[in-house]
Design a protein around this ligand. Structure first.
Ligand code: PAF
Length: 326
């Protein structure tokens, strides 16, 4: 009996020594929208590739639908290391690296291809690198698409149609200036409060890309959608330096390459929702209008005083280089 127990203990000890415990690092990833959104698609692809290529040494745990709070709070968590990764809009990024705000200038980009070439090119990559100085590792630019206005008051064809409109904006000074200049009554607000504020009628409307309007079913709380495309909405894949600095260079490379592939999946989602989104929202009962080229020109003209401000805050040569990018 005693001999048998000793043999068993010996065998167990041998098995433990032969199979070293797998060291796993958990990557808590927070994002604002549902798992089925463009954020969820990107986070899933990132996870899949990292987990496979590190053979499970890194394991992602998702906190979708603002499960860790608003985007500003999550970014602060990434700085502190209480959150390991996030995918966020450019909403609050200019509060961390002001240079990021240049991409929030209204009517700057002609189309998605133009925006992607600028963000993937030297101007975009140079701004990503500046995040090192504020305790964030910025791995890649993602995107949401072009932003459009939804509201419960009226369809919009001219800046006058927005007079006094209580419009939620992101906590983004560039957007705030634009809507103030257009004569609306903008209110910066963190995303987790927006649906409630629309339901209660404390705001008339908000603006977001089709990817968000469809994923978050804003048709449940908004009647009018105006395809204004007034500004491009970039996103960013961020990692905490607290976990980054513990990684081997090889693992850092795996995270970086996987982030670039996750962006491919995110852009694919955006391409498809840009195609189908208007029809989907019409079918869900929204009144969908679209600014014509002349209407857009009237908005740009009305924004002239805002452009003056942007030209003093941002490098004019850089703005011109962005516009000139083929
Ligand atoms: O409007 C915003 O705050 C952002 O576009 C959202 C919906 C949080 C996605 O990043």
């Amino acid at each position: 009996m005693t001999l048998h127990k000793t043999a068993l203990a010996g065998a167990l000890f041998g098995a433990l020594v032969a199979t070293p415990l797998l060291a796993q690092t958990e990557i808590k990833i927070g994002y604002a929208l549902a798992p089925e959104s463009h954020y969820g698609v990107a986070a899933n692809r990132w996870q899949e590739l990292v987990e496979e290529r590190t053979e499970g040494r890194y394991v992602f745990r998702h906190f979708p639908s603002s499960g860790l709070g608003g985007e500003r709070e999550v970014i602060e968590g990434v700085q502190l290391g209480t959150v390991e990764a996030t995918i966020v809009s450019s909403g609050t990024l200019a509060n961390f690296v002001p240079e990021t705000g240049v991409f929030d200038i209204p009517f700057l980009f002609r189309d998605l291809g133009h925006a992607r070439r600028v963000l993937d090119g030297p101007i975009g990559q140079d701004i990503l690198a500046q995040f090192d100085d504020v305790g964030l590792v910025a791995l890649a630019w993602g995107e949401q698409g072009f932003r459009h206005i939804t509201n419960n008051r009226n369809q919009i064809a001219s800046p006058e149609d927005m007079a006094g409109m209580r419009l939620r904006t992101m906590e983004n000074p560039i957007h705030l200036t634009a809507f103030q200049t257009l004569g609306a009554a903008p209110t910066p607000m963190a995303w987790p409060e927006v649906i409630g504020a629309l339901q209660q009628g404390t705001i008339d409307g908000q603006e977001n890309p089709l990817s968000v309007i469809v994923s978050a079913s804003l048709n449940d709380v908004q009647q009018y959608l105006t395809i204004s495309g007034h500004v491009y909405s970039p996103a960013m894949l961020l990692v905490s330096p607290m976990v980054w600095d513990t990684m081997t260079e090889e693992d850092q490379q795996i995270f970086r390459e996987a982030a670039a592939e996750a962006v491919g999946a995110m852009r694919g989602f955006v391409d498809s929702v840009e195609e189908s989104g208007m029809e989907t929202l019409r079918e869900r009962g929204m009144d969908v209008g679209q600014l014509s080229a002349e209407d857009r020109a009237a908005f740009q003209e009305a924004l002239a005083p805002a452009y003056e401000q942007y030209y003093t805050s941002y490098d004019r040569d850089q703005i011109e280089a962005i516009i000139a990018t083929e």
